[in-house]
Design a protein around this ligand. Structure first.
Ligand SMILES: Cc1cc2nc3c(=O)[nH]c(=O)nc-3n(C[C@H](O)[C@H](O)[C@H](O)COP(=O)(O)OP(=O)(O)OC[C@H]3O[C@@H](n4cnc5c(N)ncnc54)[C@H](O)[C@@H]3O)c2cc1C
Length: 541
């Protein structure tokens, strides 16, 4: 009996004090497949942080105390600064210090796979900080279009240091980069950009606005502005080399559904100094390269978020009893957990297959084609599955899941965002269609990937998707069906090749057989070995 007058029983302990890397058997297998065991030390260090009570407290605090805008100092000078909670800085320090943003560019062959391990782990902890990490990671390929900017900025971007001071590059230990493209009149259709650029000696001056600009305290932004040649890419540093602040007026911070630790702002350019990136009029293709990499990152991040939800659900079900036994031993709960485990494992296999394709792209045309087409396919599908996974994981915790103190509520509010930014679902599906129809090699690479799994149940859905693709009248309205089919068939192939027979069969039977997709989780066939599927998904130790 405690002082409350009742004993607290049947409440699970918090899931903390574990190594999110070492305890994840699927992740260890992915690392082995990618020949990326060199990342194990860094991954274990990050995994212990992710699983620690300290990190989880930082993640909660950074979201409970969202950033605040300070447009002016107390003397009335415009400063356009965002103040973050110390926990946000602590997380940024850890993520950038661990090279979660940079590792891919430091290892020739397995860099993307190794870094994916870190980013997968990070997304099990906190997603607001994942946004600046991703944008900074994805800025590197765009710098190739502006070698002079790259010469100074690349070393600071790749430095594993977080330096939040608003200061000129020369004074900074490390630099972060954001992207500001979306305007009020259109985010998907960037041809509508209104911001204007005018020549001013060696630099350019921008006038206009951006309706969404996340992580506005980044040191620089890739942005789009209009020249007579068309929409063009520019680089906007927040502090200029002479030490003055570039006009970068933050109008408001968005009051967002989730992702609350991260500031997303509305900004105005008023004679803002900018440097040209790439060719005039080629701004959209130049920046799409950055978006392609952020889309890849979303795939990895969402797989990590699913893992976070699954971990919480299994943990709770192990420690909570109802109707005389632990929830995990209730057959229907085992079915829900097993089904969530299949979804999470297939998401993770897809993410790491994509990472391997990025790694191999340089030397292997087949992998390059696969990487091009699989990125939007995986981005679409994992984002579409994330929200139902989050909802179901939350429900496994019953009422506790819906309360802000549990991380599930935060995961739930975060769940739709990756589907919206970096290309919303329809735009992504149309991009996938473009990749397929423009390059027969891309479709061939994907077909080979699916065929390698040798599951005959992929044949019929693939044939149906092929028919819809071939008919211009049906391809566009059916784009979601086509992309979903290709995604699930690819996952089935990966499960066949890299998972255990039991899990692969349960995945293929439930996702490719009848009844097919679109039903709730927890509807696996009753004769499935549900407990075995849950046990192999549970964190080890
Ligand atoms: C929290 C948050 C942070 C963000 N941060 C940034 C940032 O840092 N930098 C930045 O540049 N942007 C940012 N964005 C903006 C984001 O990238 C855009 O919201 C997104 O690209 C969609 O653009 P939109 O909002 O203008 O919607 P619209 O372009 O109007 O699209 C609305 C809907 O129409 C669909 N649609 C569009 N075209 C077609 C079509 N041809 N066929 C069928 N359907 C179509 C879309 O899929 C979408 O569902 C952020 C957004 C959010 C929510």
């Amino acid at each position: 009996m405690n002082f409350q007058g009742h004993e607290v029983t049947n409440q699970p302990p918090p899931l903390e004090g574990y190594d999110a890397y070492a305890a994840d058997r699927w992740l260890a297998a992915a690392v082995r497949r990618a020949s990326a065991s060199w990342v194990a030390g860094a991954a274990s260090s990050l995994g212990r942080f992710v699983g620690s009570a300290e990190a989880q407290a930082h993640a909660a605090a950074a979201n409970q105390h969202p950033p605040e805008l300070r447009t002016h100092d107390r003397f009335g000078h415009r400063i356009d600064e965002v103040e973050y909670h110390p926990s946000y800085h602590a997380l940024m320090q850890r993520a950038f210090g661990a090279g979660v943003h940079s590792l891919a560019w430091k290892r020739e062959r397995e860099g993307f796979s190794g870094r994916a391990v870190l980013f997968y782990l990070w997304n099990q902890l906190e997603q607001g900080t994942a946004c600046p990490v991703t944008m900074t990671f994805a800025s590197i390929p765009v710098l190739a279009h502006a070698p002079e900017i790259g010469r100074d900025w690349r070393p600071k971007i790749l430095a594993d240091a977080y330096d939040p001071r608003p200061a000129p590059l020369a004074e900074k230990a490390g630099a972060t980069v954001g992207m500001a493209m979306t305007e009020k009149q259109g985010g998907s259709d960037l041809r509508a950009v209104q911001t204007r650029a005018e020549g001013d000696g060696a630099t350019w001056r921008l006038t206009g606005h951006k309706w969404f600009c996340s992580a506005p305290m980044s040191d620089a932004f890739f942005t789009l502005a209009r020249l007579p040649e068309g929409v063009t890419c520019f680089f906007v540093p927040r502090s200029l080399p002479d030490g003055t602040r570039n006009p970068f007026h933050i109008q408001r911070l968005k009051d967002k559904c989730g992702n609350r630790s991260n500031a997303s702002s509305e900004i105005e350019y008023r004679g803002t100094a900018a440097w040209l990136v790439g060719e005039p009029g080629r701004g959209i293709p130049t920046l799409i390269e950055m978006a392609h990499h952020t889309r890849f990152d979303i795939v990895v991040g969402v797989a990590g978020m699913m893992r976070a939800g699954l971990n919480q659900a299994i943990h709770h079900a192990r420690h909570r009893s109802a109707f005389g036994k632990p929830l995990i031993d209730q057959p229907l709960m085992a079915n829900v957990l097993a089904d969530l485990a299949l979804e999470t494992e297939a998401a993770m296999l897809l993410a790491f297959r994509l990472a391997a394709a990025f790694d191999r792209s340089k030397d292997d045309a087949h992998e390059r084609e696969l990487q091009r087409v699989l990125t939007p396919i995986a981005k679409y599908w994992l984002c579409k599955r994330m929200a139902p996974v989050a909802v179901e994981a939350m429900e496994c915790l019953g009422g506790n899941g819906y309360v802000e103190e549990a991380p599930l509520a935060r995961l739930y509010r975060e769940a739709p965002l990756n589907g919206i930014w970096e290309g919303s679902a329809n735009v992504i599906c149309l991009d996938a269609l473009r990749a397929i129809t423009r390059s027969p090699e891309a479709f061939a690479a994907l077909s080979d990937e699916i065929a390698a799994g040798r599951d005959p149940r992929t044949a019929q859905p693939l044939e149906r998707a092929g028919r819809m693709l071939a008919d211009p009248a049906t391809a566009e309205p059916a784009a979601r069906s086509i992309v979903e089919t290709l995604a699930v068939c690819t996952q089935a192939s990966l499960m066949r090749r890299f998972s255990e027979e039991k899990a692969a069969e349960a995945f293929c039977a439930s996702r490719l057989g009848a009844p097919a997709m679109g039903r709730a989780f927890g509807t696996l066939a009753a004769d499935t070995d549900l407990r075995a599927l849950v046990e192999r998904a549970a964190l080890a130790g």
